[in-house]
Design a protein around this ligand. Structure first.
Ligand code: FAD
Ligand code: EGO
Length: 470
């Protein structure tokens, strides 16, 4: 915006981190007319030959889609994703059971992380008021002045300042370091004992090795595997297991033995030789859960995405929650006329409880799945959830549905879930009481022939002798 338009020059927003949330945020701020600069450690992944990084594909659901929609990218990204309408539960015998996520048209999408990141960067660049800077690693910054120092690969440094700094630099955020030095900043992080490893399942005769439109799950309590489809007709399998179990497996034959025990149906699909090789390419990767508050410093800086809340991947919500952060920040900017001194504390106030709720839910799912969930229990639970929902569609909505297919605030979904559990337990109590009362009534109306129940003395003695001698 020019001075001559009568409106003040738009403020300068620096987004640190050009990952999924940083790139999307650049679009959000650019659309509002701010002067946006993004600084990203890595080279431009659109030019890179090999893209290193975390998980290859991700489950995109309603919250993430709504955020993409606000910057006009929903249709494009959805058209490049693969719908997963149901989960496919693989039992140890190799039996597969499909349980739909909801009605027709209710599905989660498998999207390619690198492609999504590239599309978001390209979209951000279409705004004339946005500049992307790659090969810029934030070294340090001052919470007092907002001065940031970036390191370049050639060893040089660059100083930058901004009206607003938006930290989207992931779970090991350099921006967050200055938050940690301040009084009354709450912070907790937990590494879980599980690691993850990604394995590729190639196409067979040019076709997907398994049905493509499913989230494939092998629930084996502490050992879990999932597989999401890719556009090139491969699946990316993610194996989750405790680090000490990863370490126990040291030879190719041990890998096959392990899969023979837990995931036998996957062996021919991945291929014996490929499996032996793939498994040792990278060690198990760590997973961390991070909660903190508040998300801002003064009117200068705010953190979003994994920088503010890394969650364990057992709900498929990390990116979705980070994308929803962008929507919520936009809503608060609208409400408070883009006055950062009011917007930042209000954003922390409204968003912290929801991000903490999804961090807790993801951790709860991890603990629950690890402890109780095998294929039988998984199938049983989802059928019970679906049945209760069909019986009482307004009263009982499965938690997974609220989290994945609505924008119900995460903390409200948790409250509602606790309330529903109470209703269900009351219902069970009523049924149990009803069964006892009903049974008693039937007994009174039709008294049984008690003589049949009385055991003759001889027979009774025999029984007691059996009891004593065994
Ligand atoms: P990141 O993607 O980590 O991006 C941070 C960016 O900041 C990076 O590009 C990095 O290079 C840059 N950066 C870091 N430090 C600096 C610095 N000092 N200076 C400049 N730049 C810097 N989420 C889902 O919604 N669905 C899923 O199915 C799902 N599956 C997952 C499976 C696994 C195994 C894992 C590990 C995560 C999964 N997630 C999933 C979570 C998702 O990956 C993250 O929530 C998401 O990537 C967060 O995006 P972000 O932009 O905040 O952080
Ligand atoms: C009883 C039965 C209790 C991520 C089932 C809890 C998560 C949990 C990691 C799936 C789907 C997207 C995912 C369901 C449950 C992604 C997900 C679920 C995994 C693992 C995942 C479901 C990537 C838990 N969504 N989900 O209902 O289908 O139920 F299995 Cl290990």
């Amino acid at each position: 915006m020019e001075e001559s338009t009568g409106r003040p020059t738009k403020k300068k927003v620096v987004v640190v981190g050009g990952g999924l949330v940083g790139a999307l945020n650049a679009c959000f701020f650019a659309k509002r007319g701010f002067n946006v600069e993004v600084f990203e450690t890595r080279e431009d992944i659109r030019q890179a030959k090999v893209v290193k990084g975390r998980s290859i594909n991700l489950a995109l659901s309603h919250r993430g889609r709504q955020a993409l929609k606000q910057v006009g990218m929903e249709d494009k990204i959805v058209s490049q994703g693969i719908p997963m309408n149901s989960r496919m539960i693989h039992s140890p015998s190799g039996k597969q059971s499909a349980i739909p996520y909801g009605k027709k048209g209710q599905f989660i999408l498998s999207v390619d992380r690198a492609n999504l990141n590239k599309e978001l960067l390209t979209e951000a660049e279409t705004y004339p008021n946005t500049k992307l800077n790659f090969d810029h690693k934030l070294q340090d910054w001052s919470a007092e002045t907002g001065q940031m120092t970036f390191a370049r690969p050639d060893g040089s440094e660059k100083q930058i300042n901004a009206d607003l700094i938006v930290g989207c630099d992931g779970a090991f955020s350099a921006i967050r370091k200055q938050f940690l030095r301040r009084s009354r900043f709450n912070y907790s992080q937990t590494y879980i004992p599980h690691g993850y490893m990604e394995l590729t399942m190639p196409p067979i005769n040019g076709e997907f090795a398994m049905k493509p439109n499913y989230l494939h799950i092998w629930p084996r309590n502490t050992f879990m595997m999932i597989a999401l489809p890719n556009l090139d007709k491969t699946f990316t399998c993610t194996l989750f297991m405790p680090f000490d179990e990863f370490e126990k497996i040291t030879t190719g034959d041990e890998v096959i033995d392990f899969f023979q025990t837990y995931f036998p149906d996957a062996i021919p699909l991945i291929g014996v030789d490929a499996l032996k090789e793939d498994y040792f390419r990278l060690p198990g990767q760590a997973m961390v859960s991070i909660k903190c508050s508040p998300y801002h410093i003064g009117d200068k800086c705010v953190i979003m995405g994994d920088a503010a809340h890394a969650v364990v991947p057992f709900y498929g919500q990390g990116m979705n929650a980070g994308f929803e952060d962008c929507i919520v920040f936009g809503e608060v900017l609208d409400q408070l006329n883009e006055d950062f001194s009011a917007v930042l504390p209000e954003y922390s106030r409204v968003r912290v409880p929801d991000d903490h709720a999804i961090a807790d839910l993801a951790m709860y799912n991890y603990i629950e799945m690890r402890a109780h969930v095998n294929s039988k229990w998984f199938i049983f639970r989802k059928h019970v959830d679906n049945l209760l929902h069909v019986l009482m569609p307004k009263t009982i909505i499965p938690l997974y549905t609220m989290v994945t297919f609505t924008r119900t605030r995460y903390h409200e979904a948790v409250d509602r879930w606790h309330w529903q559990e109470k209703v269900i337990n009351r219902g069970l109590l009523f049924s149990a009481t009803g069964a006892v009362l009903g049974g008693s009534y039937l007994l009174i109306k039709n008294p049984p022939d008690i003589s049949k129940l009385i055991i003759p003395a001889e027979k009774m003695r025999d029984r007691l002798v059996v009891l004593w001698t065994h």
